[in-house]
Design a protein around this ligand. Structure first.
Ligand code: ZN
Ligand code: FE
Ligand code: FE
Ligand code: FE
Length: 253
């Protein structure tokens, strides 16, 4: 089947492209780690560097699997890519980030720039691994698909963690600007105030579940006044949000 041979070549091309991307990331991350000011950001990048080494290894395994049964399925029909190929997109993303990091920025803004650059990289990876995984699935290459899937999950996690770091930076800034005399969590603070965002540490799945549940929560709230026309709505609202935050402390890590 000519078509499937071509798709196979395309998959191989994508995997080689990702291999080059991961190699470039391994080279770029140490500089980003060094530049990062926030220690949680430093740690996240450090952890991702270790994970990226493993991801590169998985791509090696995937290429080996693809080469193994090449003889049975015929030679490459596209003749596209022999040997090394460089991911030019990753080269561009990294050089943009590095250019930005040379600017004279406050530590906080510099961290924001690092997070932005890192997230662009993760999004590129998510899109490429997602595509490659779909090709492997179509070609019934289960082992290759599993390898790609595992890395795809890690890239999603990294992206999610970067979002959390960006959000905590913004929350920190907001609470810093509201003045230190007004303390959070005082008796007078209202449940459901913006600061309660700080307490929710969401995983990718938890976030997806909560955004899916958001509309039903909204309709539940909307149903409130009708249910208790004359009773105090603030009382029931307060108790329900307290219940929510205690169940929200469940951690999956
Ligand atoms: Zn390419
Ligand atoms: Fe990666
Ligand atoms: Fe690429
Ligand atoms: Fe990554």
């Amino acid at each position: 089947m000519e078509n499937m041979n071509q798709l196979r070549d395309l998959l191989k091309h994508e995997i080689k492209d990702l291999y080059s991307a991961e190699e470039q990331i391994i080279e770029a991350l140490p500089k980003m780690i060094e530049k990062a000011n926030n220690k949680n950001l430093k740690k996240a990048l450090q952890d991702h560097l270790e994970i990226t080494e493993k991801q590169k290894g998985r791509l090696d395994d995937a290429l080996e699997l693809l080469d193994e049964d090449r003889e049975e399925k015929g030679k490459a029909t596209l003749g596209l890519f022999k040997g090394q190929q460089k991911c030019l997109a990753m080269e561009g993303l990294i050089s943009e980030g590095e250019k930005l990091m040379k600017e004279d920025m406050s530590p906080e803004v510099s961290d924001a720039a690092i997070i932005a650059a890192a997230q662009k990289i993760e999004h590129y990876e998510i899109s490429s691994y997602g595509t490659a995984k779909a090709y492997a699935q179509e070609l019934n290459l289960d082992e290759v698909e599993n390898l790609l899937e595992e890395t795809l999950g890690e890239e999603y996690e990294a992206d999610e963690l970067l979002t959390e770091l960006a959000e905590s930076r913004i929350n920190q800034r907001a609470s810093g600007e509201s003045g230190s005399s007004r303390q959070r969590g005082r008796a007078g603070s209202r449940p459901g105030s913006p600061t309660s965002k700080n307490t929710s540490r969401r995983t990718a799945t938890a976030k997806a579940a909560s955004s899916r549940g958001a509309s039903s929560a909204r309709s539940r709230n909307g149903g409130g006044p009708a249910a208790g026309r004359s009773s105090s709505p603030s009382k029931s609202k307060g108790s329900s949000s307290r219940g929510k935050s205690s169940s929200g402390s469940r951690s999956s890590r």
